[in-house]
Design a protein around this ligand. Structure first.
Ligand SMILES: C[S@@+](CC[C@H](N)C(=O)[O-])C[C@H]1O[C@@H](n2cnc3c(N)ncnc32)[C@H](O)[C@@H]1O
Length: 394
């Protein structure tokens, strides 16, 4: 069936109309004429797949990655460089009607962490929306050192191994590898000079179960089970926005919610008299306590627990930073954030949909002053957003 693509949807699929019904076509670009087959028919919309491109967009390029059509990891490798940024800027504008600045990072080889799955001797990623593995020998998203380790894993393939391999690399290219499952060639990995730290079924076989990362002259311990931003240039953009915000302000009390290893809490500790970080992951909390100590921070307290169980203990707060997981804030936390009446609230979001939903809820008490975008996940349709809110004076 021949269709004309009018626009992109929010995920970067092409949108067409077939007899007044919307049809989403994966990898189709606006202004293209494509021959498609319908793969899913719903009441209000259908989903199509390209069979043949009849008229190509001038923005279309040959994907750099040979796994692109099967692997669900990237969404924009068929789009000319620069247009992905325009798509992300437009997306933020569509969601919030506001975009004060957008920070780009690096097109490829930016990710410092990936999780590979292994089954029947295949090391790779799951194909989009399936349990089938696609073998990956090189990934354009990850740092080169991670690709070298992927090659090493392919040298020592164990066809009976079924499990997962998490690869992390810090800014100095030190590696932290964690393997779950029974892997025949674990000693060969351990002996390789590509592997600096190796954890095998939660036991340290080489080095440590952590490494350090240096950011903005602070040193951060990161356990293999702790969250750390996957794109360091993106993290530096967050820090730039925070520093700009704090430049002309002097606060007494601050809360850092969903704090991980307290990277952001430590960075803002020089602008406020007292900061409290709240984080549920025990390893990340231990890292945070250690990071406070080694960076000689005297005004930051770390609480291990759920934000929603601890936030009601705080009153008279000047500044709150929230950086939740993709699902965003829960109802209890939103209720308390409204009651606390903090002068300012900064919301760092990797999930644009949950940010939008939560801003609607918070709108009763807080107004949105600025929205920033960061290209934290190049080649994918995810975009990191930062919302700067201030309390609506009552
Ligand atoms: C997106 S990460 C942000 C971490 C930190 N701000 C950073 O930049 O490194 C979210 C963190 O929230 C933690 N988390 C998730 N749900 C939580 C909850 N309900 N209460 C406390 N922490 C939570 C996760 O363990 C994770 O460390």
């Amino acid at each position: 069936m021949e269709v004309y693509i009018n626009d992109f949807d929010d995920l970067g699929n092409g949108i067409s109309r077939i007899e007044n019904k919307v049809c989403f076509v994966k990898s189709a670009l606006p202004k293209e004429l494509v021959d498609i087959k319908i793969i899913k028919e719903n009441k209000n919309y259908s989903t199509g797949e390209i069979v043949n491109i009849i008229k190509k967009s001038e923005l279309r390029i040959e994907p750099i990655c040979k796994y692109y059509n099967e692997c669900g990891g990237c969404n924009f490798l068929h789009l000319v460089n620069g247009e992905e940024i325009n798509f992300k800027k437009r997306k933020i504008m569509n969601y919030f009607n506001k975009l004060d600045n957008f920070y780009t990072t690096k097109n490829y080889n930016y990710r410092n962490k990936i999780v590979l799955h292994v089954k029947n001797g295949i090391i790779g990623f799951y194909k989009e929306k399936t349990n089938d593995l696609i073998e990956i020998k090189y990934c354009y998203l990850v740092k080169e050192k991670i690709n070298k380790i992927i090659s090493l894993l392919n040298q020592y393939k164990d066809s009976s191994f079924c499990g997962s391999i998490t690869l992390r690399v810090n800014s100095s290219d030190e590696s932290l590898v964690s393997i779950e499952g029974n892997y025949k060639y674990i000693d060969n990995l351990s002996n390789s000079n590509l592997i600096d730290n190796l954890i095998y079924n939660d036991k340290v076989l080489k080095g440590n179960d952590y490494f350090y990362e240096i950011i903005d002259n602070y040193k951060f311990k990161v356990n293999y089970k702790s969250f750390f931003q996957v794109n360091i240039l993106g993290l530096l953009a967050i820090i730039k926005i925070l520093k700009e915000f704090f430049k002309d302000k002097n606060f007494n009390t601050a809360l850092e919610l969903y704090s991980g290893t307290s990277v952001l809490g430590i960075l803002i500790s020089s602008f406020v008299s007292k900061v409290t970080s709240i984080e549920v992951n025990e390893n990340a909390t231990r890292d945070a306590l250690h990071n406070v100590k080694i960076n000689n921070i005297k005004n930051l307290k770390v609480i291990n627990g759920l934000v929603e169980d601890n936030i009601n203990k705080f009153h008279d707060i000047d500044f709150i930073l929230v950086d939740p997981a993709r699902r965003g804030l829960d109802k209890k936390t939103i209720k308390y954030l409204k009651e606390i009446k903090s002068k300012y609230l900064i919301y760092i979001a990797c999930g644009i949909d949950s940010l939008k939903r939560d801003l609607v809820e918070l709108n009763e008490s807080y107004q949105v002053d600025n929205i920033y975008g960061i290209d934290m996940f190049p080649c994918t349709n995810n975009v990191e957003c930062i919302a700067l809110l201030s309390h609506k004076k009552t």
